[in-house]
Design a protein around this ligand. Sequence first.
Ligand code: SAM
Length: 295
Amino acid sequence: MEMKDIATIGRTKEIVEKYNFSTKKSLGQNFLIDRNIIQEVLKKARINDDIGVIEVGPGIGSLTEQLAKVAKKVVAFEIDDRLIPVLNDTLSPYDNIKIIHEDVLQADIEKVIKEEFTDVKEVIVVANLPYYITTPILMNFLMYHKEISRFYTMMQKEVGERLSASPSSKNYGSLSIAIQYYTEAKIIQNVPKTVFMPPPNVDSIVVELVRHENPPVKVDDEETFFKLTRGAFVMRRKTIYNNYQSLFKDGKKKKEDIFAMLEAAEIDPKRRGESLSIQEYARIYESFKNSNLKF
Ligand code: SAM
């Protein structure tokens, strides 16, 4: 008998009942039950036999199965031990999937890439992310695993809109800057609540991130650059000058140094963080490096 795909209501219900599985909200467990939406995303990602895919949180294997049909190999990190026997069962027909039982934020991604993707031209990330840790997962991959060239990630709509927001728009923030420093970010798909079991409380979207060959600005110490951008948004309604008085060590006593640092970067101290472009932040970064200010 031909098995139905995992990403269907019927099969998902069957699996959940067979294992008497109850989803955990705390782990962001909402399973995809719509094969069409997955296939649309995979088509846009142009996945083929030359591509190795890292998946975060395979759940019961809905997305993993569709990935295995088109990619060379899929390596999926799942934190929930209850799902490991389920995945070993549901994905048993595929010989190009490796499930790693580990918190993706603790995993040695470098080692996995080296050992598992010996025979591929490109390594990409495709995931229906656990929404409670969307940002740390993306930032970890972007900052520390530069060989990953593209990302197709489903996330909460509000977060996805922040990733691709422009200066002075409502959703623009330090996350937009960090993401756009590394990648070209684009929303490629809206995802209704009805395609999940159980349905989440929020709408979802899929964001495509394509890593820049060269970032739009030159920054030699990314962590410092991001401290400066994050620090400008701590109190959104306040000026950058005000925010920086809280960001720097003895900032209240060093008002003049902060003022001078911003002036040297040709930034009006009365502006708000949300109005500044990534290029303007790069000027602040250069000016900060030449100052005596410390965090
Ligand atoms: N990919 C499946 C799907 O689309 O149906 C499940 C997606 S569900 C939104 C998120 C999955 O991530 C869950 O299976 C959850 O157990 C797993 N997860 C949560 N935190 C994780 C972590 N830190 N590391 C790895 N997996 C995690």
